[in-house]
Ligand binder design. Structure first.
Ligand code: G3P
Length: 216
């Protein structure tokens, strides 16, 4: 499973990219607002920090406007992926970009039928939002399972980019189901390496090693 970082904070992206464990970045208008920076400026910098795909979202709601904004964003860097909302206009723009060979990430997906349409529109990635379904008391992971079955039934190449991830449990379940990508907030990503038994075990190893009086 590929790991994307879900943030527009360049310092976090840089820190995680240095581990060599990150495969890309996703942003959205809310994350850009949170960064407090100019959209094009921060996206340009993010594209210089990672060679992986960087999702940048259009804000137009009509297909023509999406195409116009998307082409401006695609011109920022070769690794830009155009993020489009899962609406009829978003699907129309996705189909056009796909025909032009421009990578797309169809976002705000909350049903298997929406994901089916995005695949038929040639989306490079589909972003089903797990956490926001959980927030409603429904099972967000069930959507990932359904999309996996639908895409495998028909051999769709669209990659399932699990989004709105809130916990390490979400990441584990995405990997068990077979999501292609998980886009993960920096704090959750860092938590994946943590386990209390690892910390305790290492502490005990180092204490016993110190008692040998040796060095390597
Ligand atoms: O990539 C989508 C993600 O940023 C949304 O997360 O927690 O606002 O649902 P959240």
């Amino acid at each position: 499973m590929k790991f994307f970082v879900d943030t527009a904070e360049v310092s976090d992206i840089r820190e995680l990219a240095e581990t060599g464990l990150i495969d890309g970045v996703t942003t959205n208008p809310s994350l850009i607002k949170k960064s407090g920076r100019d959209f094009i400026e921060v996206i340009t910098e993010i594209c210089s920090v990672t060679d992986g795909p960087v999702s940048a979202e259009v804000v137009a709601t009509d297909a023509e406007g999406m195409l116009d904004e998307g082409r401006k964003l695609a011109a920022v860097a070769d690794n830009i992926v155009i993020k489009l909302p899962l609406t009829w206009d978003g699907l129309k723009a996705c189909r056009k970009f796909s025909d032009e060979g421009i990578a797309t990430n169809v976002t705000l997906c909350f049903s298997a039928n929406q994901a089916l349409l995005a695949a038929k529109a040639g989306a490079t990635y589909i972003s089903p939002f797990i956490g926001r379904l959980d927030d409603l008391g429904t099972d967000g992971m069930e959507l990932i399972e359904k999309i996996r079955v639908v895409y495998d039934n028909y051999g769709f190449e669209t990659e399932i980019l699990a989004a709105s991830i809130r916990s390490a449990a979400h990441v584990e379940q995405c990997a068990l189901i077979g999501a292609d990508v998980a886009t993960v907030p920096p704090a959750v990503l860092k938590s994946l390496a943590k386990h209390m038994l690892t910390d305790k075990g290492l502490e005990a190893f180092l204490k016993d090693w110190a008692a040998t009086g040796q060095s390597i």
